[in-house]
Design a protein around this ligand. Sequence first.
Ligand code: G
Ligand code: G
Ligand code: MN
Ligand code: NA
Length: 249
Amino acid sequence: ARLGNELRAAIAGNALTLHFQPLYSMPGNRISACEALVRWHHPERGMIPPDQFVGLAEENGLIHDLGEWVLRAACLEAAGWPEQVRIAVNVSPIQLRNPRFLSIVEGALACSGLAPARLEVEITENIFVQNSATNRDILHRLGQIGCSIVLDDFGTGYSSLGYLRSFRFQKIKIDRSFVQELPERGAAGIIRAIISLAQSMDIPITAEGVETHDQWTHLNALGCNQVQGFLLGRPQPSEMIRQSILSHA
Ligand code: G
Ligand code: G
Ligand code: MN
Ligand code: NA
C-alpha cells in the first residue's frame, strides 16, 4: 500500500522518467524507431525498473494514469526527433479496457503535435486470451486514428495463432528469449518459422534482445527487418537518445 501511494505521488509529481531504446532497420543500420521504457526515480531507492511497479500499477488501477503520463511524455519527446523516427510505447491490456483509452491517445498526439503514423502501440498477445470483440474493436479504432499496432513478445504468451487472422498487426516483435538462444538450432528454427509466417502475411518482423554480433548476422540472414538490443543500444535518457538519433537516423 505504501509503495502504491508513493507511486501515485510519483506520477502526479513527475518523478517518472522515460528511457528510450533504439530500433535499427536491417540491414541498413539506421535508427527507425525508439521504444519508450518507463523508470521511477525514487528519492530513497534510486532508479526503480518497470518490472517492479508496472504490475503493481495494473493491480491498483494506477496503470491508467501512469500509461497516460507515458504516452504524453513519449509523444512529446518524439515530436522533437527527425520525422522518419517513430516512437514505440508499451500498453498494458488493462489500459485498453479503459473507455477513455482512445481519447487519451488522441490527447497525447494532439498535445505533442506528433503525427499519428509515428506512434507504435506495443501490446502482448495476452490481450487475446479472451477472444474479445471489444479488444479487437479498440485495436481497429486505434488503427483508424493512424497509429501502428505492434505485437510484442511474440511467442511467449497465448499460444493459439488464430488471432493473427482476426487482427492485422503492422509489426511483430520476436521475444528476446528466442533471440538469446541463437545460434542454437531449436531457437533458429523457431525464429525462421516466425519470420516465414510473418512474411506470408506481409508483416515486418523485429527481433529484440540482440546482444551479440553473431545473433545479428543470423537474424539478418533469416530476413529479419529490424533489430533491438544491447548490441546496438541500451535504453538511454532523452539527451543521449537525441545524440544517437543524430548520428544514426
Ligand atoms: O525497461 P525494462 O527494460 O526494464 O522493461 C521491463 C518491462 O517493463 C518490459 O516488459 C516492458 O515492456 C515493460 N514496460 C516498460 N515501460 C513500460 C510502460 O511504459 N508501460 C507498460 N505497460 N510496460 C512498460
Ligand atoms: O517486454 P518488452 O519487449 O517491452 O521489453 C523491453 C525490455 O527488454 C526492457 O526491459 C529492456 O531493457 C530489455 N532489453 C532490451 N534489449 C535487451 C537486450 O539486448 N538484452 C536483454 N537482456 N534485455 C534487453
Ligand atoms: Mn516492448
Ligand atoms: Na518485448
